[in-house]
Design a protein around this ligand. Structure first.
Ligand code: HEM
Length: 291
């Protein structure tokens, strides 16, 4: 050993070589030392890409790939099992779906236990009015004169009537609303008042001023009747002339008429107006309509 004190253990200087003392280099400074790129392992950690690590990294990747493959297979199996179950449950309902209408047809001569009258009209109404229906009928606006054109007198024209401003096509019941029909006086006009009072001669007007709560309820009842009727269709609105304070409220027909049973079913002009009799007795929802 020279007199010079050996202090730098990292030196590569041959003069600095001393047998027995291990020569070392500072990291990254050795002449042939390879510096490896950094890489990421399968869990996202930054590690050296040195050969010693590569086998471990590859095995890590393989293990993760295998695990995700197994997971995907399991999910696929679960999905197909669910589909199978769904298919089975649909098929098991089919006999019931067929049986119920048949039972209904046997018992009530209808396939829906006679309930279609309750849900079909609202469904039809919704379909006729929803913007989702590209073929929905456009609502017409009538003047009272235009509406009177459809008063049921002429066979070649449809029959319309209005109630509370809404016009309905009642051609399906020409027998009732057409020429000679028992309610022909209601066709071609908005006779809302007569619907509630039963005064089929004097109350053929849209004027519903002065009606009491029961009469207004009766008006709503009749409107719903036309709205929900299987064969009638809402086709538009009538622009009734506005009423002013100068227009007198029609007087009640019951007080004006003498109490006689004999002429109660006839209007005197040969037409049958059954509501007249009911009105005299104070009945507001007579006839075929039940509540
Ligand atoms: C406020 C009183 C009344 C009003 C507003 C009224 C109104 C009506 C209306 C609008 C119809 C037609 C229903 C439809 O389109 O299917 C009708 C039918 C009928 N009403 Fe009245 N009604 C009244 C009183 C009466 C009374 C008291 C009787 C019985 C005497 C009666 C017997 C009938 C009959 C038999 C029908 C069926 C007509 C047919 O199918 O030819 N109504 N009523």
């Amino acid at each position: 050993m020279s007199a010079k004190e050996h202090t730098d253990v990292y030196t590569n200087d041959p003069d600095e070589y001393y047998p027995g003392i291990r020569q070392r280099s500072r990291p990254g400074e050795a002449p042939k030392e390879e510096i490896f790129e950094k890489t990421q392992d399968a869990y996202g950690n930054t590690v050296s890409d040195k050969p010693a690590n590569r086998a471990i990294l590859a095995s890590q990747r393989r293990r993760l790939e295998h695990e995700s493959k197994l997971k995907a297979q399991q999910e696929q199996r679960l999905k197909s099992q669910n589909n199978e179950n769904k298919k089975n449950s649909i098929w098991s309902y089919i006999p019931i779906i067929i049986f119920i209408p048949l039972l209904s047809s046997f018992l009530t001569q209808t396939y829906t236990f006679g309930l279609s009258q309750y849900y079909l009209p609202p469904l039809r109404r919704f379909w006729n009015e929803t913007p989702l229906n590209p073929l929905r009928p456009t609502m017409k606006i009538f003047t009272p004169q235009e509406l009177s054109f459809y008063d049921g007198i002429y066979q070649d024209r449809p029959v319309y009537l209005a109630i509370d401003g809404t016009v309905f096509d009642v051609t399906a019941n020409r027998r009732i609303y057409g020429k000679g029909g028992s309610y022909n006086m209601m066709a071609g006009r908005d006779a809302s008042r007569a619907f509630t009072t039963g005064c089929f001669e004097t109350h053929l007007t849209h004027d519903i001023r002065g009606l009491n709560e029961g009469e207004l309820a009766s008006l709503k009842h009749w409107k719903d009747f036309f709205m929900n009727h299987e064969k009638y269709h809402k086709i538009g609105y009538v622009m009734n002339p506005p009423l002013t304070n100068e227009d007198p409220i029609p007087p009640p027909c019951r007080i004006a008429e003498p109490e006689s049973e004999g002429n109660s079913h006839s209007t005197g002009n040969g037409q049958h107006a059954p509501g007249e009799a009911a009105a005299k007795k104070g009945k507001h929802k007579p006839g075929p309509v039940t509540q």
